[in-house]
Write a protein that binds this ligand. Structure first.
Ligand code: SF4
Ligand code: SF4
Length: 319
């Protein structure tokens, strides 16, 4: 429910067209099964959510093609984790990148900001698989009540509920089938699904930063984040809980690292909304760490800096 409004996109599309640009909207297919798993369903869901050529003024091109296989292996000689990033071809072919990001919390990366949008969003299915490969969720059976919510969220049949040796129904995850998408983590109301985020979280931020570099390097890029409806979880969930903070507005920069840091700081400086899931909790000035304690959003900033994408040392200019 908190995805970006099509009329905001139209404003930008008109701006680009008036200056002679030929804009198109793009996104790559998802790793998990859902309505963005291939280009036909992906375009259908875009239209259903109001992103038609008639409302936005431009076409949608799914970056990695019909089945998520149309990618380009972009070399990253300075990559620590990735030496070749699999990027959707339409993004590689684009002359200019303007990212539009809904800034929010994220259960695997703490914040879902510009770096996450460009890096994870720009990776083809093979790229997304590579970025998630270090994440291996497990069920803490003592906390599991066998409700099965996680099994409904898992599109790969990796998460099942069965009786354990004590005859209690609990969830288990088959590591052979699990692709590390993390959707089950957010589905569990008992916090029974955990992952060793110490190492993998940093690794995932590192891979996302490297994929972001593969998308934007060598071409002009500008980044706009909408700090509105700051939801507790990723927008891939079929619902959004109440926003954690009041709407803050739009933030923009040529530097996606500065942008993510500024957006996080703006949210953390804002009052927590009285009707949200963090109401009454002491967030210690960090709603992202409170919401997703096993993540470290600051790693996004340091890994973005490592890849030369920008600096977390920003100057905020209010307009
Ligand atoms: S959602 Fe959580 S409590 Fe329910 S079965 Fe899955 S792991 Fe267990
Ligand atoms: S991370 Fe969870 S939802 Fe994703 S494939 Fe693995 S078990 Fe399924």
């Amino acid at each position: 429910m908190s995805y970006l409004r099509p009329n905001w996109v139209k404003t930008l599309v008109d701006f680009v067209r008036e200056r002679g640009g030929r804009p198109f909207l793009t996104d790559a297919n998802t790793l998990y099964v859902g309505q963005r798993k291939h280009a036909l369903d992906h375009i259908d869901i875009a239209y259903e959510n109001g992103f038609s050529p008639f409302s936005t003024g431009c076409h949608i091109i799914i970056a990695d093609g019909l089945k998520g296989t149309d990618d380009v292996a972009v070399p990253l000689p300075d990559g620590k984790y990735v030496k070749e990033a699999y990027i959707g071809r339409a993004l590689v072919d684009a002359d200019v990148i303007i990212s539009l990001t809904h800034f929010k919390c994220h259960e695997m990366t703490g914040i879902g900001g510009a770096l996450k949008n460009i890096g994870m969003g720009g990776g083809s299915r093979a790229g997304k698989k590579a970025m998630h490969s270090s994440v291996h969720p497990q069920v803490e059976q003592a906390n599991c009540i066998g409700c099965g919510k996680c099994t409904k969220e898992c599109a790969h049949g990796a998460c099942t509920v069965e009786k354990n040796a004590k005859g209690r129904r609990v969830a288990t995850i088959d590591p052979e089938k699990c692709v590390g998408c993390g959707r089950c983590i957010g589905a569990c109301n008992r916090d029974a699904i955990v992952t060793d985020f110490g190492e993998p979280c940093t690794v995932m931020h590192g891979k996302i930063a490297e994929y972001t570099a593969a998308v934007v390097r060598g071409k002009p890029a500008f980044h706009i984040s909408f700090v509105c409806d700051v939801s507790p979880h990723c927008d891939c969930h079929p619902m959004n809980d109440a926003p954690l903070v009041p709407d803050i507005g739009m933030a923009a920069s040529f530097d996606p690292v500065a942008l993510d840091k500024a957006c996080a700081d703006l949210c953390n400086a804002a009052p927590v909304m009285p009707n949200c899931c963090l109401a009454g909790q002491d967030t210690h000035g960090d709603i992202f760490a409170t919401m997703h304690p096993v993540t470290r959003w600051q790693d996004a900033i340091s890994e973005g800096e490592r890849m030369g994408l920008g600096s977390g040392d920003y100057k905020l200019v209010k307009i």
